[in-house]
Write a protein that binds this ligand. Structure first.
Ligand SMILES: Cc1cc2nc3c(=O)[nH]c(=O)nc-3n(C[C@H](O)[C@H](O)[C@H](O)COP(=O)(O)OP(=O)(O)OC[C@H]3O[C@@H](n4cnc5c(N)ncnc54)[C@H](O)[C@@H]3O)c2cc1C
Length: 481
């Protein structure tokens, strides 16, 4: 009897249309940051904002390197976010280029491959100097160098916690997977499949939204469902990538290790607040998809060159969840504007890119901050809905395009430099300090770049990408120090 009643309630709710002013699809870093940023806009105080996320915020993903511009964007959105994330960051001071043999040669005790442990004992000179001064009683406060890696899940949890406290629990609609979109004259009907955390109750629900912010990632369902939307804006880069977190492995220092062999590249770098490592490997595209994390690990092992397998095996053993995906990039020959003034693409849904320089999340966070700034300028919800999306697209095109192109060029330069290095039979290089840290950032999760020693081909692009757009913190440091 009780079950029957429940089923009846579920069936009724399936057909009831609920209303929301701004629907954000996707509760990743971009969607959550957008909710936080819009909630702070004075003219949107009374607007109803909801974030629809398909999962229940369980841990997933690996570690990402965040650029200073991403930290600035976070700071502009909410000043409490950066201090909150600081504790979860792992610092990195550089990258070490190793040969496959060096990285995989067994340690004396037969434990982890030596390359993972202490090939480079030296800390950056500046850090050692400051430590030495502290020992003799002289405390210096220098601007911190190096970059930080964050677990993607940590970034999301900090943002989700802030959304819950500042926007209210009703803002988060977890377990809601977008299934269908229907445009109407006064809004957009979004149909979600709902699955509660215990997996018991499954039903569908429809929301009518006045404005839709699509932040549902590279394979945006909003894009695929929206009538007339261009579904070919993201083009495959012809590479497969695998990534994961090994929470029990430790690097003996704070350097990223990069090893390239033939067309395969592996990067291992500190993660989990320095108590674990994250890795990413990329290789020429492997047909098909992995059905499970273990299959992803097997596919990586079988497509990696023989020389890299002794290195990969212990890594994969220590990684509970290996993810496989294909790299995609934004094709700027396709239309940039969304098909409707009620639809705004943000983050990876708008501009997927090669993770060569680790710009993806930073650009996504900047999108959120810029959208909120435009909403503030519009002065009212109606005016924001009428012209905000187009203003946002105009504001973002130049910068996003510059960053995507830089990442692409860097990937090409990196491939060329790998070839030259092999051709010349050059010894592996180790680099520490700021330049190398910048290079380490360039690895992205999938480990990709050479130190940006040579200027990018287009100087205009470089300038557009580095120009501070959202500047909240006073220093040009990454603000976490
Ligand atoms: C191998 C690799 C390495 C990378 N390395 C870096 C790096 O070092 N630094 C960096 O800054 N960036 C890096 N990136 C990119 C970075 O991960 C993305 O740019 C960033 O996560 C984009 O955030 P987002 O919120 O736009 O999208 P996502 O992080 O993809 O989040 C999308 C969210 O939408 C949800 N969703 C999807 N479909 C639906 C649906 N139908 N209904 C409801 N919800 C849905 C998903 O569950 C997810 O929570 C890397 C990417 C890859 C693949």
């Amino acid at each position: 009897m009780r079950l029957g009643l429940l089923a009846l309630v579920a069936a009724c709710s399936a057909h009831r249309v609920q209303h929301v002013d701004i629907a954000i699809i996707g509760g990743g870093p971009c969607g959550l940051a957008t909710a936080l940023a819009l909630r702070r806009v004075s003219c949107l105080r009374d607007a109803s904002i909801a974030v629809f996320e398909r999962d229940h915020l369980e841990p997933k993903g690996a570690a990402i390197v965040m650029r200073p511009m991403g930290i600035d964007a976070l700071d502009a959105i909410d000043r409490r976010l950066v201090p909150e994330m600081r504790h979860r960051a792992a610092r990195m001071f550089g990258m070490a280029h190793l040969t496959a043999e060096e990285l995989s040669s067994k340690g004396a005790d037969g434990g982890l491959p030596a390359g993972f442990r202490h090939p480079f004992r030296k800390r950056p000179i500046r850090e050692r100097f400051v430590k030495w001064l502290a020992r003799i009683g002289c405390r210096l406060r220098l601007r911190r160098s190096g970059l930080r890696s964050f677990n993607w899940h940590d970034v999301r949890s900090v943002l989700a916690k802030r959304v819950l406290t500042t926007c209210g629990p009703e803002t988060m609609r977890l377990g809601h997977t977008l299934k269908a979109v229907r445009t109407a004259r006064k809004g957009v009907d979004l149909t979600f499949g709902v699955e509660l955390a215990d997996g018991e109750d499954q039903h569908t629900v429809t929301y009518r939204a006045r404005l839709v912010c699509s932040a549902d990632g590279v394979r945006s369902m909003t894009r695929r469902c929206w009538p007339g939307a261009d579904t070919k804006t993201a083009t495959p880069d012809g590479r497969s990538t695998w990534y994961g977190l090994a929470p029990r492995l430790r690097l003996g220092d704070r350097l990223a290790r990069v090893v390239s062999h033939n067309d395969c590249r592996l990067t291992v770098f500190p993660a989990c607040g320095g108590r674990g490592v994250s890795f990413a490997a990329s290789a020429a595209s492997v047909p098909g998809h992995a059905a499970s994390p273990s299959e992803a690990a097997e596919r990586l092992l079988s497509s990696a060159p023989r020389e890299l397998r002794p290195t990969l095996a212990p890594l994969l053993d220590a990684t509970p969840h290996v993810v496989e995906t294909k790299l995609m990039s934004r094709d700027f020959a396709r239309p940039w504007a969304s098909p409707s003034h009620r639809l705004c693409f943000l983050g990876d849904a708008a501009h997927p890119m090669r993770p060569t320089f680790g710009y993806g999340t930073s650009l996504a966070l900047e999108d959120a901050a810029v959208l909120a700034r435009i909403a503030e300028r519009e002065g009212s919800l109606d005016s924001f809905i009428a012209s905000g999306v187009r203003a946002f697209e105009r504001a973002r095109l130049g910068r996003v395009r510059a960053v995507v192109e830089i990442s692409h060029q860097a990937a090409i330069r990196r491939a060329l430099s790998c070839l030259t290095r092999r051709w010349r039979g050059a010894a592996p290089a180790t680099s520490t300090g700021a330049a190398a840290a910048a290079a380490a950032a360039g690895t992205g999760v999938c480990g990709a770049s050479e130190p940006p020693s040579s200027p990018p081909r287009s100087r205009a692009n470089a300038a557009a990408a580095e120009e501070p757009l959202v500047r909240a913190s006073a220093s040009d440091d990454d603000g976490l120090g």
